[in-house]
Design a protein around this ligand. Structure first.
Ligand code: HSE
Length: 425
């Protein structure tokens, strides 16, 4: 039977889960995969964590050089997170001819090209299923199963923390702060939640997923980003009355005027499959010319869901020699991909308007001047001098909306646009 030795760099939540899954399923993989996968070494400075996991002291390494010089190690699993020293360690492993499995989205998003070129040069593989939406098998689906398609769009709920917070704000009417505190207490949100709630985590993942979907390189810096911190509970409630559910959506569309890539709070129709994805669950909804619409759903984070993706890659690597590299065609050439920020979408627009004659017609005129067609208007029955007025547009362009909003806010109408939420689907 083929024997494959593995090194694990980092024994945090994902590294610990990977160690447990590999050791507990060793006999199972021998019988199902005909391969004996053993953990030959671990690199982890925290002694208490090594003790907690019951790691045999014979497999504890003290440096990446020690890992790289171990002839029994064929696959290096990098589950440390962050760019450095993870990048240095991954490059060292690849240069020593060891294939790498990583869960590090920031590293892969920023340096995937360099890592793949190094892997090719040294005839080894780099696998990154766990970088995006944890246990949901979207990377290999894009790399392999959907290759027969031209993919026109990919929309996803790809951050569990923000989905949990928005679900609680929607279903239980919680405030943002209370929902965040609950997510932190449950271990979904970090103590410092910025990367999740500001949308950076989703941006890294969308860069990887959209690059795969469109066979190009979508630089993460080019992705439009809005987090959920400024979402007003009242908009979630008005949206519900209109039949919408609010989600932090990551959207990538291949359009005739360029690629749209964006992460922002979005209303989707309550009947859309993504609307039913609640709590900390994730889902990716992909549209291809042959397959039509397809959706992958599951847990995007956590010890075992993420270990499921890492171990899947380890087994794939251990049982294949023809390494599969990402089909990005324009690599890192600056500007090689045309990114459009003039998004096409419907818009939910909340205006605080004075309740007097002529105000609605002037607001409508501002939209009309930008050729924006209004699909729905709702005026709430609150009389305190000004009233909330909700307008939902037919699909239009982002730039036109921005111009109309500027006109309304700069006029002496006594009206002000207070919320703009894009409507998808
Ligand atoms: N923090 C992420 C989330 C998981 O909440 O989905 C890791 O990417």
């Amino acid at each position: 039977m083929r024997k494959v030795g593995v090194a694990i760099l980092g024994l945090g939540v994902v590294g610990g889960g990977t160690y447990k899954v590999l050791t507990e399923h060793r006999e199972f993989y021998k019988s199902t995969q005909k391969v004996d996968i053993s953990v030959e070494c671990v690199l982890e400075p925290r002694k208490e964590r090594l003790l907690e996991l019951g790691i045999d002291e014979n497999i504890i390494c003290s440096s990446i050089a020690e890992v790289c010089s171990n002839p029994d190690v064929e696959i290096v699993v990098e589950v440390m997170g962050g760019v450095e020293p993870a990048k240095e360690y991954v490059l060292a492993a690849l240069r020593n001819g060891k294939s790498v499995v990583t869960s590090n989205k920031e590293l892969y998003c920023k340096y995937g090209y360099e890592l793949e070129e190094t892997a090719k040069k040294h005839n080894c593989g780099i696998f990154y299923e766990a970088t995006c939406v944890g246990g949901v098998p979207v990377i290999r689906t894009l790399l392999d199963n959907l290759q027969g398609n031209e993919i026109s769009s990919l929309m996803g709920i790809i951050n569990g923390t923000t989905n949990y917070i928005l679900t609680k704000m929607t279903s239980d009417g919680m405030s943002y702060d209370d929902a965040l505190a609950e997510a932190q207490a449950l271990g979904y949100a970090e103590k410092n939640p910025e990367a999740d709630v500001e949308g950076f985590d989703a941006v890294y993942k969308l860069s990887i997923l959209s690059s795969l979907a469109f066979h190009t390189k979508i630089p993460y810096e080019k992705i439009y980003r809005e987090g959920i911190k400024d979402v007003c509970p009242i908009d979630i409630q008005y949206g519900r009355q209109l039949g919408y559910v609010m989600k932090l959506l990551a959207i990538a569309k291949n359009t005739s005027s360029g690629v749209e890539v964006r992460v922002h709070p979005t209303f989707i129709s309550g009947s859309h499959p993504l609307a039913a994805v609640g709590d900390n669950f994730n889902a990716v909804y992909i549209t291809g010319d042959s397959i039509g619409d397809t959706m992958l759903y599951g847990l995007g984070a956590g010890e075992f869901p993420t270990a499921s993706a890492v171990v899947g890659d380890i087994i794939y690597c251990a049982t294949h020699d023809n390494y599969n590299y990402s089909p990005f065609s324009n690599t890192q050439v600056a500007g090689a991909v045309r990114i459009s920020d003039n998004f096409r979408s419907s818009y939910y627009i909340r205006v605080e308007a004075e309740d007097r004659s002529g105000v609605l017609s002037k607001i409508a005129s501002a939209f009309s001047r930008q050729s924006i067609s209004v699909a729905r208007v709702v005026q709430d029955d609150v009389s305190k001098g000004s009233v909330p007025m909700i307008l939902v547009t037919h699909p239009t362009n982002e730039n036109s909306v921005r111009k109309a909003v500027e006109e309304i806010n700069e006029s002496s109408l006594g009206s002000r646009v207070v919320s703009i939420i894009r409507v998808a689907g």
